[in-house]
Design a protein around this ligand. Sequence first.
Ligand SMILES: [Fe+2]
Ligand SMILES: [Fe+2]
Length: 144
Amino acid sequence: MNALGWKDEYALGIPAVDLQHRRIFDCIAGMATTGLSQSAGAPAGCSVAQLADLLRQHFSLEEHMMRSFDYPELDAHVEQHRRFQAEVDHFGQTSPGLHGGVPHATIMAFQAWHCEHVGSSDRLYVEFFLGPRYKRAGGNSAST
Ligand SMILES: [Fe+2]
Ligand SMILES: [Fe+2]
């Protein structure tokens, strides 16, 4: 997997969330590979439609958890999800037939958004769910 993919430092300590984050990071990384491999005639790594589906499933899980915990920042967090989902959906709908793969700048923008969101907004709700135990464990060791 290339440098855009999952890194253990992204782990937040909730296994179901970490697994979905890993799949999203690796899908974005797969897009970068797709552009290269398609030019060599190899099968695609991950499409924008696949990323959009992974995001829909993931945002649904997070929003369900945040509602269950009465997370006070729910609305702002959901808004972040909606905007990014709309951006990815729009890109997928308006850019069919990407013969050379997804443009590098778009892949980098997707990766930057997800990296920032996981490291800031998602980390905040995990801290809220897990409380002081999470902070004492260093922020990514709550499951151990
Ligand atoms: Fe997330
Ligand atoms: Fe999120």
